[in-house]
Structures are given as structure tokens and as C-alpha cells.
Design a binder for this molecule. Structure first.
Ligand SMILES: C[S@@+](CC[C@H](N)C(=O)[O-])C[C@H]1O[C@@H](n2cnc3c(N)ncnc32)[C@H](O)[C@@H]1O
Length: 310
């Protein structure tokens, strides 16, 4: 990955990864018994106005074609995964705000609409950090649609590899002396090991006692789930791209070095950490991964941390 942000917009480069998960949330919302309802996801996908993304956002998977049973079930497991992780981060927001936290920082917010859809964030200061082009697309689309956030939203348009992001966060009204809740969802695969450690180092340094953190950790590294899984993930994504005529490989941006283990890193730096296997969460939520897809479907560690009060 370079520091050059040229061409980083919503349908190309890393911006497209935000579109891909928003399409999954829209598809989940369109189902008869959704685990989560994100009505803003479909609005954002519609605004892109490309048939492939719109087909992905439908709940029916008809675009897979009638003969590709494994492809269809794999796509469904991928959608179930995104739904389960959305529930995990939603529940984290509820726990964090119930603990008294009044400022939430969403790192790599993408097209996350929690500030619009979660009642627990009502009146809470929510800082959304992402690349300028992604922020501009989300804000202008939701504004044009007349969407009203429940939270007090503060967009912070910056690359998280830019050392000035804490300064920009503070400039947007974030208060260092108050505890924060940090969300790290869908970001870590795109950071190198050094960038990972630097980011968590900065976040830890900025966190007042009582702060909380939730992270989705599906290391691309051999240590976690292995090269084989990554290869299968890439093949699956390529199949979906082909079926939908979407010409962007969202796995191309995944970093390959053997990234730090996030839970261990946080533990070593003072956080009280818990880690769940996403597959157990999916089972808990009634969306188990079919046994024959265990090696193909996405899987992660869903990590939470609390910085203890002195
Ligand atoms: C898979 S999306 C996840 C978005 C959102 N968290 C969600 O789950 O819907 C990844 C997001 O990370 C953002 N991103 C990746 N690297 C980044 C960086 N270095 N600085 C800021 N944003 C970044 C991308 O722009 C994209 O919106």
C-alpha cells in the first residue's frame, strides 16, 4: 500500500471495500428475518447507480445463477458473517454507552450508519474517520436523502496512516481526558504489521481510563487463519465479482506480512481483553457456518478491550 490516495473513491481502490460490506448489510436488511436493519445501506448502494452493486444489495442471491450451489451458500455465509459482526459492534456500542462513555470513534468508518440507526448513540458524540472521498460520498448521499443522525456526528476525513489524525480528531471536538469507545471493523487486513502496532499504540495513548475498544481481527497473516484461507477468500471474491460484473478485487489490498496478534498486543499494553470466534457468534445468532464451508467462509476473532480505571 502506498500513501498515495489518488483514485481512492467509493467504487475503486479501498473505498470499494466499504461498498461491499454496505451491500451485504443492505442484502441482510432485505431478508425476511434480518439480524440487523440498516436502511441506510441500500440508500448508499443505490447512489452508486451500478447494476452489479445493486444486485449484490438484494437479498435473493439470484445473480449467482441456479447451478452454483456452493457459490450461493458461500455468498450467504459471507452475508451472515457481516450481519453477525454488525450485531457484535452494535452490542459493543450499547455496552460502551451504558458504561457512561459519551464519545465513540469509528476508525475506517466507511459506510457505517450506526450514528444514524442506533438508539444507544442518541446524543453521543460520534467521530467517523475515513478517507476524504469515502466520507464525502457518505455524507453527501445521506444528507441529500434527508437522513437525520441520532448521534452528533463529526466526520474526520484523513488517512489513518497520517500521523496527524489524532490532531484532526481533537480538532473535530474529541476530548482526550474523557473515555472513548473505539471501533475497528473491517480495517486491520489493510494495515501492515508496523501500521497495526502504530495505530494501536496511538489509540492506547489517547485512551483515558475506562475507554473501550472493539476490533475485528482476521489477520491475513499465516499465524491466524493461513494463506490457504486467504486464497479461498480471494477465489470466492473473484467469483462474485465475475458474476456481478464488478471490476474491482477487494482482496487485492490485503497486507501479507505476519501482523501482530491484536488480542496479545492489547493485553501487553494494559487492556483487559476478551476474544470471541466469529463462528461461535454466528452459531449463537442462529447463522452457523455450514460444516462444508468452514474453510471457505470468512472467520475472525472479535476482540473487545477495556482500559481499567486506576
Ligand atoms: C471493509 S471497509 C469497512 C468500513 C466500515 N468499518 C464497515 O464495517 O462498514 C474498509 C474501510 O477502511 C477504510 N480504510 C482502509 N485503510 C484506511 C486508512 N489507512 N485510513 C483511513 N481509512 C482507511 C476504507 O476507506 C474503507 O472505508
Amino acid at each position: 500500500m502506498t500513501d498515495n490516495n489518488d483514485g481512492w473513491d467509493i467504487t475503486t481502490n479501498l473505498g470499494a471495500t466499504a461498498l461491499a460490506v454496505a451491500a451485504q448489510r443492505a442484502a441482510e436488511t432485505a431478508q425476511p428475518n434480518p439480524l440487523v436493519r440498516d436502511e441506510f445501506a441500500a440508500i448508499l448502494i443505490d447512489a452508486v447507480n451500478e447494476p452489479g452493486w445493486q444486485a449484490m444489495a438484494k437479498g435473493d442471491l439470484a445473480w449467482m445463477g441456479p447451478d452454483d450451489d456452493v457459490g450461493r451458500r458461500t455468498a450467504r455465509a459471507g452475508r451472515d458473517y457481516v450481519a453477525a459482526r454488525t450485531v457484535f459492534f452494535d452490542e459493543f456500542c450499547a455496552v460502551a454507552t451504558a458504561s457512561g462513555i459519551r464519545q465513540v470513534v469509528i476508525l475506517a468508518a466507511g459506510l457505517d450508519a450506526r450514528a444514524y440507526r442506533l438508539a444507544c448513540l442518541s446524543g453521543v458524540e460520534v467521530f467517523e474517520i475515513d478517507q476524504p472521498a469515502v466520507q464525502a460520498f457518505k455524507d453527501s448521499t445521506l444528507r441529500a436523502h434527508g437522513a437525520t443522525p441520532t448521534a452528533n456526528v463529526h466526520p474526520v476525513a484523513v488517512d489513518l496512516r497520517d500521523a496527524r489524525w489524532p490532531e484532526m480528531l481533537a480538532g473535530a471536538g474529541w476530548v482526550e481526558s474523557a473515555p472513548s469507545a473505539w471501533l475497528v471493523e473491517g480495517l486491520l487486513p489493510y494495515l501492515s504489521s508496523a501500521e497495526h502496532d502504530r495505530l494501536f499504540g496511538v489509540v492506547t495513548g489517547l485512551s483515558a481510563p475506562g475507554s473501550r475498544l472493539a476490533a475485528e481481527v482476521y489477520h491475513h497473516s499465516t499465524r491466524h487463519f493461513g494463506d490457504q484461507r486467504l486464497g479461498k477468500w480471494r477465489d470466492g471474491a473473484a467469483g462474485i465479482g465475475q458474476a456481478l460484473d464488478i471490476d474491482v478485487d477487494v482482496t487485492a489490498f490485503i497486507q501479507h506480512d505476519d501482523a501482530s496478534d491484536t488480542a496479545s498486543w492489547l493485553t501487553q499494553h494494559g487492556w483487559a481483553v476478551e476474544s470471541l470466534d466469529s463462528r461461535d457468534e454466528m452459531t449463537r445468532l442462529g447463522r452457523p457456518v455450514p460444516p462444508d464451508l468452514i474453510e471457505i467462509a470468512p472467520a475472525s476473532s472479535l476482540v473487545t478491550g477495556v482500559l481499567p480505571l486506576p
